[in-house]
Design a protein around this ligand. Structure first.
Ligand code: MN3
Length: 251
């Protein structure tokens, strides 16, 4: 009897997990008691997996404190405006900032961007070596001339961003690969009017100091260069194909 009960519970919890992922396209968020509450996405690898390029202390603090704070502050902003009944993904939320009430719009932009950008960043990295797909490599050569030139331009965007922000590689409406950078927690998925980037992103580098300061101190160029050792090309290639075929971003 007791075993049966346990089995029912396990089955029910599995259903909830699958239903949640189906609704929100990932593990970024869940509804609890019908009230929207976003939760921190787990990393796909242990905090020390990106060593020696990104040290475990940086990953632990960056994910467990910084990104977690964006999640908490996003929830706080949404709770402060109970008349705004939104129950979609963070991606949908920040893709339509004009629908967010004005009094919480900046908080949603900053913290929603902080939540989504970090998940996108972590999922674009991996300790496992991979290569760009033949299709992506062809696009890189067509758009930049060479892989080295892509790296050079992306690093320049990362280093050239004054203050805090992000460097992005993405697919522009003409199908070509483009590089862009955004300040603060702005993201290309917020739209061109907000982010000044017109692209579907496929890779990002976080250039806030908290992303690299413990190991690299002021040496942002060295951090940007090191990122290329841990890019998850398997996923970036999937994102590229998704952007080309479906004209949508893939987390
Ligand atoms: Mn960050």
């Amino acid at each position: 009897m007791r075993l049966k009960l346990i089995l029912y519970c396990v089955a029910f919890m599995s259903f909830l997990t699958i239903a949640g992922q189906a609704c929100f396209g990932g593990n970024e968020e869940r509804t609890e008691n019908k009230k929207m509450k976003y939760i921190l996405t787990e990393l796909e690898y242990p905090v020390d997996a990106l060593e020696p390029w990104i040290d475990s202390e940086t990953v632990a603090i960056h994910h467990g404190k910084h990104q977690a704070a964006y999640v908490a502050n996003l929830n706080k902003a949404l709770e402060s405006e109970p008349n705004f009944k939104f129950d979609g993904s963070v991606e949908a939320l920040i893709s339509g900032l004009d629908k967010v009430p004005e009094n919480i719009r900046t908080a949603v932009r900053n913290n929603g961007g902080g939540v989504w950008n970090h998940t996108f960043y972590w999922r674009g990295l991996s300790p496992e070596k991979s290569e760009p797909s033949p299709e992506l490599m062809a696009a890189i050569k067509e758009s930049f001339g060479s892989f080295e030139e892509l790296k050079k331009q992306m690093n320049a965007a990362a280093v050239g961003r004054f203050g805090s922000g992000w460097a992005w590689l993405g697919v522009s409406p003409d199908g070509k690969l483009k590089i862009c950078s955004t300040p603060n927690q702005d993201a290309p998925i917020m739209g061109e009017a907000v982010s000044a980037c017109n692209m579907i992103p496929i890779l990002t580098i976080d250039v806030w100091e908290h992303a690299y300061y413990l190991k690299y101190q002021n040496r942002r160029p060295e951090y940007a260069e090191c990122i290329w050792n841990i890019v998850n090309w398997k996923r970036v290639s999937e994102r590229y194909q998704f952007a080309v075929d479906k004209k949508k971003v893939l987390l």
